[in-house]
Design a binder for this molecule. Structure first.
Ligand SMILES: [Zn+2]
Length: 79
């Protein structure tokens, strides 16, 4: 399965994949975001980091080619 990383600034919500399929927002990502946001994670970029590092949960998955799109803080992308 292929995956790609984009920065938070580049994240414009659901969009069209390069293959022509749709990038579908993952309910599990939404659930994790709410959980971390409510449980002492002080900023949204740290929430994004945890969802990637601890859960390895993509934010979007293409409904056609199964590309997994992970969204991480912009500073993490440059590493
Ligand atoms: Zn695709």
């Amino acid at each position: 399965m292929t995956s790609k990383f984009i920065g938070m600034r580049e994240d414009k919500g659901t969009s069209v994949c390069n293959c022509g399929g749709s990038l579908v927002y993952q309910d599990e990502w939404d659930r994790l975001f709410d959980y971390y946001d409510e449980h002492n994670t002080p900023s949204h970029d740290l929430v994004y980091n945890r969802i990637h590092n601890e859960d390895n949960q993509p934010k979007y998955i293409c409904d056609k080619c199964s590309l997994e799109v992970f969204v991480i803080p912009d500073y993490a992308l440059r590493k």
